[in-house]
Design a protein around this ligand. Structure first.
Ligand code: LLP
Length: 417
């Protein structure tokens, strides 16, 4: 565990979070290098002896320090935009280890990725296939492609983060996929390299993954009879983490089940974990501004808000809330509170109905905020985005300074009417 109380102080590795809050201010995201390395290590160990590439899903947390750390560990990357491509390259990631996913790749982004020489494009529609073919021919190259198939499997997760059902916008229906593969094979700007499947996120059971893979494998056999062979199978991401009382399978069990289902399939395996690598490696630090007694509820008003961490507002996600000092201030009685931010929206809450003993000025950690936290933040209410800190042992590194007010409207102009 990278976040634990030591002599009454909540610490990340060997640093007290209160020191970080004082030094860099709040709201502030803090990540543990050891936690990321350990989560990556679990994947790497479970893949030992296999031809496998762990392509970290950059969307989960795209801070350069996180990317550089994972690149150093040997990770590949799953990107969804030219912006993410630029970040990965800036952080020292190798183009040859990048897969490019997403339903709406722009022509400009396709060009950037072809120039860089990415490992593969995960194509999600026929229209995209045609665009990629035309661009690759124009550039005089062949684009490596994998088709993302939609296996119509229920991942049992929140509807907003479920992607493998036929009503979702993602992938190509498995029934349609043989025809689309034949079409791809006939296009001279493309080179078919693989197939990919991703059924959703925060999945806490193994079975949906196994079901999806089983469907994919049946289909790989059909393709082979059509003379189309694949170099790799990309099994996507989606493994859940514990926020509250969820019991996701250990990484080793999840991968053992997938490898068992793969049987003697010879293809290289790609994986696209995001949340499982960084989710529990980060927290959001915030300070209590006010306590407010309402008629029906009590509120802890803090300086972080939905613009910093939107998951509670968007998915009714539950994040733990821990005081940085384990012992409450003297004469403070624990009460049930909603933890809310300063943003002018009723949906601006970080936690609801929590038993807390706090006073104004106290600092809190919003737990498990390493994935889909900072990356989904915004400037709503003209709030500068938070600072980000990465801790390694005894050292805290500022890996993104807090935005300044000037930066917030630097790029705006008032027309001369
Ligand atoms: N691969 C693809 C094609 C994806 O769309 C995603 C996530 C991943 C991999 C990584 O999934 P993970 O291992 O992190 O579950 N903002 C939401 C999650 C959205 C996930 C989108 N796609 C949240 O905060 O829960």
């Amino acid at each position: 565990m990278s976040f634990t109380y030591r002599t009454g102080e909540l610490c990340v590795e060997d640093v007290a979070l209160s020191e970080i809050a004082t030094r860099y201010g709040t709201p502030c995201y803090v990540y543990s290098r050891a936690a990321i390395e350990s989560a990556y290590g679990e994947f790497a160990r479970a893949c030992a002896g296999r031809d496998a590439l762990i392509c970290y899903a950059v969307k989960a947390n795209s801070n350069l320090a996180v990317l550089a750390l994972l690149a150093r560990l040997g990770a590949g990357f799953d990107i969804v935009s030219g912006g993410e491509l630029a970040r990965v390259l800036a952080a020292g990631g190798e183009a040859k280890k990048i897969v490019f996913s997403g339903v709406g790749k722009s022509a400009a982004d396709m060009r950037l990725a072809l120039q860089a020489g990415v490992l593969c494009f995960n194509v999600e529609s026929e229209a995209e296939l045609e665009r990629l073919d035309a661009i690759a021919r124009d550039m005089g190259v062949r684009a490596p492609v994998s088709l993302r198939v939609n296996p119509d499997v229920d991942a049992g997760t929140h509807p907003y983060i479920s992607t493998g059902l036929k009503q979702n916008k993602f992938g190509i229906a498995i029934a349609d996929a043989p025809r689309v593969y034949r079409k791809a094979a006939a296009l001279s700007g493309l080179h078919i390299t693989g197939m990919d499947v991703h059924i959703g996120s925060q999945i806490t059971e193994i079975q949906p993954f196994v079901d999806a893979l089983t469907r994919v494998l049946e289909f790989v056999d059909t393709l082979q009879t059509d003379g189309i062979s694949l170099e790799h199978l990309d099994l996507g991401g989606g493994l859940g983490i514990r926020y509250r009382d969820e019991t996701p399978p250990p990484v080793a069990d999840y991968l053992a089940a997938l490898f068992k289902t793969l049987g003697d399939a010879r293809q290289r395996v790609l994986l696209e974990p995001g949340r499982a690598l960084v989710g529990n490696a980060g927290v959001l630090l915030t300070s209590v501004e006010y306590l407010k007694r309402g008629e029906a509820k009590n509120f802890v008003i803090v300086d972080a808000a939905m613009n910093d961490l939107i998951r509670p507002a968007l998915y009714e996600a539950w994040h733990g809330v821990l005081p940085l000092q384990e012992t409450p201030p003297a004469n403070t009685i624990a009460q049930h509170y909603d933890v809310v931010g300063p943003v002018c929206e009723t949906g601006d809450f970080l936690a609801q109905d929590r038993l807390l003993a706090v006073q104004p000025g106290d600092r809190l950690a919003i737990m498990s905020a390493g994935a889909y936290g900072m990356v989904m933040s915004s400037n709503y209410n003209t709030r500068p985005r938070a600072a980000e800190v990465m801790v390694s042992g005894r050292t805290a590194h500022l890996v993104r300074r807090r935005e300044t007010l000037a930066e917030l409207f630097d790029s705006e102009t008032v027309p001369i009417w």
